[in-house]
Design a protein around this ligand. Sequence first.
Ligand code: HEC
Length: 120
Amino acid sequence: MNDIGFRVTPTMEGGNLHWDFPEGTVIVKKVYKTPKPAAGEKPIQLTIMVKTPKDPHAQGGWLWITRDLPDGKESVFMGNFCITCHANANEKHPYGDGNPREKFRDYVYFVPGETIPARQ
Ligand code: HEC
């Protein structure tokens, strides 16, 4: 995630933390060929979320992008494939801490300081 994303501060809504990542946040997840890549192995794809609520292609405030590697071909997802699954990040789910209190996490599964330790 870029520095803008790490500036996120949650607000309280109905006694629950509510996350709204700032415009300009970029989160990248590397996808490897196998679940346990060897040291130094290169990813085959990046999945990317860009917070840009005013973009006409944004869904839930984010652009949902894949970049194939190594050719760099990028696609912006217009269907609801990405967001349908990521909506589960705002409810109870089986990953990380599982979001037991169903906080609105802005479609992000691993929120810094919540489900992963804050960056040093
Ligand atoms: C079937 C469910 C599912 C779909 C579909 C899906 N994701 Fe995810 N995504 C996850 C899960 C679960 C995680 C967190 C665990 C992990 O890293 O594997 C995640 C993590 C991410 C992250 C890291 C931020 C975070 O939420 O922790 C990005 C970026 C991301 N996905 C982008 C995308 C994009 C772009 C698409 C569509 C091309 C997509 N995802 C489709 C389930 C999904």
